[in-house]
Design a protein around this ligand. Structure first.
Ligand code: TYM
Length: 344
């Protein structure tokens, strides 16, 4: 069966939105708007799988919404909302908890990393996180999901959940007139030069919101001075830049900075090395700082402007949530029929 093409993606409101979130995800959300109908979600239900201070959470939810809009997402043409306002996400996640297998969740590397050694003390929500993520996507029957490299395994699980639901309930799906498959198998869109932006302090570690060192990441809210300092201090090696891409292979820090430059400039690593091959890092870092400030400063300024009016952000989220609820409600009605629940 052909499904209507639809993009869905989400970002957790857990503070410190950084260059990885921007280049790996939000910048690409913006680019997809002209080709697809898009739904972009502030995934607050996911955020509380680890402790969030109740006085801080509303601010971080509004911060992500402000970042979406400041980066260029149009909340009128598309849908921007926060997950907790659409109860169907949690409702479908429960059905999916009964479809997904323990063995599938046990393989999730992100849970292993996040829970660490203290597994017994991790929340049940953190463990079940991927089934909620599958529900986020499939409650809209979305077909395309732009994400960074780190979400690939979760996307594969979403596809497995969709496939197993379609198989397990195949007869009922056909009986209710939905053809052979009710859910699409969502396609991950992991493309471009910055699908995995690494820490500025260690080119083998992912740039992350939760890294204790603020020097490891460029935050979307950093000012020009902070960006300049962080780029200047970014770890490098003693060699000048190579003139060809294959010269980056065993040089994770050089590869990362060149990849960041390429993504910010809208070019490729090879294109960057055409201009900067054989350059010293001091020269390259000065150019990278200038480019990063040029691209990020207007976003930070717009985020500040938007966040000064929380009521306006809340109105956008309420409007987006109402529109999302309409689509999600239709899906849930069908799912209830397919599963065999009695409904009004
Ligand atoms: P989150 O909030 O950790 O990250 C948001 C997006 O940013 C990408 N990303 C990166 N990309 C490149 N380099 C990095 N260093 C980097 N760090 C983060 C992530 O891949 C992601 O695309 N589970 C998701 C949120 C989510 C979701 C969904 C996504 C919940 N439901 C449904 C898609 C569809 C997460 O924790 O993203």
């Amino acid at each position: 069966m052909a499904f209507k093409q639809l993009v869905f993606s989400g970002v957790q409101p857990t503070g410190n939105l950084h260059l990885g979130n921007y280049l790996g995800a939000i910048k690409r959300f913006v680019e997809l708007q002209d080709r697809y109908d898009c739904i972009y979600c502030v995934v607050d239900l996911h955020a509380i799988t680890v402790w969030q201070e109740p006085t801080e959470l509303p601010k971080t939810i509004r911060e992500v919404a402000a970042a979406f809009i400041a980066c260029g997402i149009d909340p009128k043409r598309h849908i921007v909302f926060n997950q907790s306002q659409v109860a169907e996400h949690a409702e479908l996640a429960w059905v999916f908890n009964c479809v997904a297998r323990l063995g599938w969740l046990n393989r999730m590397t992100q849970f292993k990393e996040k829970a660490g050694k203290d597994r017994e003390n991790a929340s049940v929500g953190l463990y079940a996180y991927p089934t909620l993520m599958a529900a986020d996507i499939l409650v809209y029957r979305a077909t395309h999901v732009p994400v960074g490299e780190d979400q690939k395994q979760h996307l594969e699980l979403s596809r497995d959940v969709a496939q197993k639901f379609n198989n397990d309930f195949g007869d009922s799906i056909r009986m209710h007139g939905f053809g052979d498959a009710f859910f699409p198998l969502p396609e991950p869109l992991i493309t471009g030069e910055a699908t995995r932006v690494m820490s500025l302090r260690d080119g083998t570690k992912k740039m992350s919101k939760s890294d204790a060192s603020d020097q490891s990441r460029i935050n979307l809210t950093d000012d020009a001075d902070a960006i300049a300092q962080k780029v200047k201090r970014a770890k490098t090696d003693p060699e000048p830049l190579p003139s060809e891409e294959k010269g980056l292979a065993a040089r994770p820090e050089a590869d990362n900075l060149v990849g960041i430059f390429a993504a910010l400039a809208g070019t490729t690593r090879a294109g960057v090395l055409k201009d900067f091959g054989n350059a010293q890092f001091s020269t390259f870092k000065a150019a990278l700082t200038e480019l990063a400030v040029e691209k990020l400063s207007p976003i930070a300024a717009e985020m500040r402007r938007l966040q000064a009016d929380p009521a306006a952000i809340d109105a956008i989220l309420a409007d987006g949530s109402a529109r999302a609820r309409t689509i999600a409600g239709e899906t849930m009605k069908a799912v209830k029929d397919i599963v065999g629940f009695v409904r009004a």
